[in-house]
Design a protein. Sequence first.
Length: 93
Amino acid sequence: MKPHRLYLGFFLPVLLSACSSGGAIQQLDRDTYMVTGQSRLNGNDGAAASAVLNADAYCKERGKRMQLTGAETSDGVFGVRPSRSVVMFRCVG
């Protein structure tokens, strides 16, 4: 693998998440959870990526893998309101 591809593979997710943030994991049912992500500059993609990364990390900490069960997004207004994404998931495995 060429070095510039390696750098791009490392820094691209960092750049995408730099203006994104995630909320706390909330338990909805015995094995179903929800997390909210938001992004000021990256739109819905950045908000969704932030939420999915948080969900994945949460499940990995428990030795399981994340299974996406649903998602909702809302557009933001640049400089006024960030884009938001709500992700519902289960930890399986």
